[in-house]
Design a binder for this molecule. Structure first.
Ligand code: ADP
Ligand code: MG
Length: 596
């Protein structure tokens, strides 16, 4: 085929695809424009998860009459003039692509008036072409309305999730900007219902209360860091870290509660999220994550925001410095304000050869996920992991020998003795495996048992979790939950799978807490490629129902757990591939003690 230049509307749609992934990306770009325009109030309205309508209204500087049309041209921006400006970007926008991209995949109307101009301008853009422009009376500021998003891009439309899921993403975007800009008043109206409002008081804490409620906000610690200028000699450039982070008593099943900003720009950065999590080393139960809002301030020249068209990722000139600044500030806050004894690290030399491969594999996968790449964001990695799991499994059912329980260590591991030496069993991983095989077997026979709650529980969840729930509703009901829609955005929970109905699984937070944890775990693994949705749900329920590290078990409970593990098809790994048992052979022990 001959090489041909793409017609402009095709090139436009392709470029738009990079900026506008989903309704939330439109909201993000429009809100950024409002902030750049110096607005003190930003009102966001959405309908049908943003698919039908997105409207962002602000009281910012407006667009002069002679420039409204230009605003929709690609690479048209008032924020950069020459390439040297790229080194110190102080506005959120700068690529001059957003309005052009949005207009290429939707129908846009713009109404704008600078304060000093008597009459405003109305502009309608259809399929990227200006369809109408005229003078109109309007309050000072700008209103952009986006309708019929992706109607002309069927491929994109197909990938949109349910309206509630999309609305959940929009909710996250809006609340993130409210956190980054506490001095601005934000409001979000979803299908004519107000779902979020910030006061514009200038205090992040007030936004946190609006977002999470007072009870939760009270469990957050203000991050204490050295102010810039106080740092020791040679530690320049300065990175100031501020924000709030949870006490070790408050934690979540999901990392999405770690929110990061650099120079008031919301970013996603696995390495910095990991820095926050690491600061809690030894303080949180396994698999739990802190809740934090962390703001970094640094010289704009030290961070490149022009890495990706969505500007969601940034590149630090010195990534290690940013990592350690965050980790140090959060750790310092925790140590000074919430002292908790550290669990310490475990000796390295205890790993026996036949365990090394599994452990190493696990660590490598963890490292991939934690640093660098996130499996949820990265289909390639998700594929690799699945592939690796497939390679790990066929080793075949390695049955466990009969074991005798000796005791429990650190409320986390069971020490047992068998014919070939000593066995250390991870109580959580082992229980997960036991529950998983039981529930899968019941599921295959279509006899998963449920336990009705004494009273149905009404679940009012945040928009993101409501979206997750509505998406998994029928599968959840297949595996033993009884959930039904109740009113506009809540659900009634009438029953849970029996394995979840134990005193231990429901202790503390009850059925509601368990349900929230499960939805959060599902949200984290928001994986459109997942084919065996019910199996994944079952694995998630089992993870939540299993005994945790940190729980004391009686010897009968330990003995019973080990008996059940011995009966399993694949007792050596948990459903996620982590080892359940470490084996220390008699020979290994003799060698270590210098007996031979
Ligand atoms: P960028 O933000 O990267 O400059 P956009 O396509 O988002 O590119 O916007 C193009 C231009 O339109 C901006 O540079 C700005 O001058 C103007 N503009 C867009 N939205 C607003 C707004 N809400 N208020 C004032 N000016 C705006
Ligand atoms: Mg912009």
């Amino acid at each position: 085929m001959p090489i041909r230049l793409l017609p402009p509307e095709v090139a436009g749609k392709i470029a738009a695809g990079e900026v506008v992934e989903r309704p939330a990306s439109v909201v993000k770009e429009l809100v950024e424009n409002s902030i750049d325009a110096g607005a003190t109030e930003v009102r966001i309205e959405i309908r049908d998860g943003g698919r039908r309508l997105i409207r962002v209204a602000d009281n910012g500087c407006g667009i002069p009459q002679d420039q409204v049309a230009l605003a929709f041209a690609r690479h048209a921006t008032s924020k950069l003039t020459d390439v040297s400006d790229l080194d110190h970007i102080a506005t959120l926008g700068f690529r001059g692509e957003a309005l052009a991209s949005i207009a290429a995949v939707s129908q846009v109307t713009l109404l704008s008036r600078p304060r000093e101009q008597a009459v405003g301008q109305f502009l309608r853009v259809e399929g990227g072409e200006i369809a109408r422009q005229e003078g109109r009376g309007t309050p000072a500021g700008t209103v952009v309305t986006v309708e019929h998003l992706f109607r002309n891009v069927p491929a994109r439309l197909k990938f949109l999730r349910q309206p509630q899921t999309e609305a959940g993403h929009i909710h996250s975007i809006v609340t993130n900007y409210a956190l980054a800009y506490p001095e601005l008043r934000f409001s979000l109206v979803q299908d004519e219902r107000s779902v979020f409002q910030s006061s514009g008081s200038g205090q992040i804490y007030d936004v946190l209360i609006a977002l999470y409620g007072l009870d939760l906000a009270e469990q957050l610690l203000e991050i204490q860091d050295e102010r810039p200028g106080q740092e020791p000699e040679g530690r320049s450039p300065a990175i100031a870290v501020s924000g709030y982070t949870s006490t070790p008593a408050l934690h979540r099943a999901n990392r999405r509660y770690i929110t990061l900003f650099v120079n008031q720009r919301w970013i996603q950065d696995n390495s910095l999220s990991h820095a926050v999590a690491q600061a809690y080393h030894g303080m949180l139960p396994v698999g739990r994550h802190p809740l934090a809002v962390v703001l970094l301030e640094m010289d704009p020249g030290e961070v490149d925001v022009n890495v990706h068209p969505t500007k969601r990722e940034v590149r630090f000139r010195n990534g290690r410095l940013a990592f350690s600044a965050v980790q140090r500030a959060v750790r310092k806050t925790l140590v000074e304000q919430a002292p908790v004894p550290s669990l310490g690290s475990r000796p390295q030399s205890w790993v026996v050869p036949d365990q090394i491969e599994a452990a190493r594999d696990w660590q490598r996968r963890q490292a991939l996920v934690a640093l660098g790449r996130d499996r949820d964001e990265d289909p390639q990695l998700a594929m690799e992991l699945r592939h690796e799991q497939a390679e790990l499994e066929p080793v075949g059912p390695v049955r466990l020998p009969l074991l005798r329980v000796v005791g429990q260590v650190g409320q986390t591991y069971i020490v047992a003795e068998g014919p070939q030496g000593m066995y250390l069993i991870d109580q959580h991983a082992a229980h997960e495996r036991v529950l998983y095989e039981k529930m899968m077997a019941d599921h295959q026979q279509q006899e998963v048992t449920s336990q009705s709650l004494l009273e149905p529980l009404s679940l009012d969840l945040d928009p993101l979790l409501t979206g997750v729930l509505s998406e998994h509703l029928s599968n959840l009901n297949h595996i033993g939950f009884a959930l039904e829609p109740f009113g506009r955005s809540s659900y009634l929970l009438r029953a849970v799978p029996s394995i979840l109905a134990t005193e231990r699984a429901l202790s503390g937070s009850g059925a509601r807490g368990a349900m929230v944890d499960i939805l959060e775990m599902l949200q984290q693994g928001d994986d459109p490629l997942a084919t065996q949705a019910e199996e994944r749900l079952i694995a998630t329920v089992c993870k939540r129902a299993a005994v945790k590290a940190g729980q004391t078990l009686s010897s009968e409970e330990m003995q019973q757990l080990i008996r059940q593990l011995e009966q399993c098809e694949s007792p050596r790994t948990c459903p996620h591939g982590r080892p359940t048992v470490l084996h220390f052979s008699a020979e290994q022990l003799e060698k270590e003690f210098g007996r031979r």
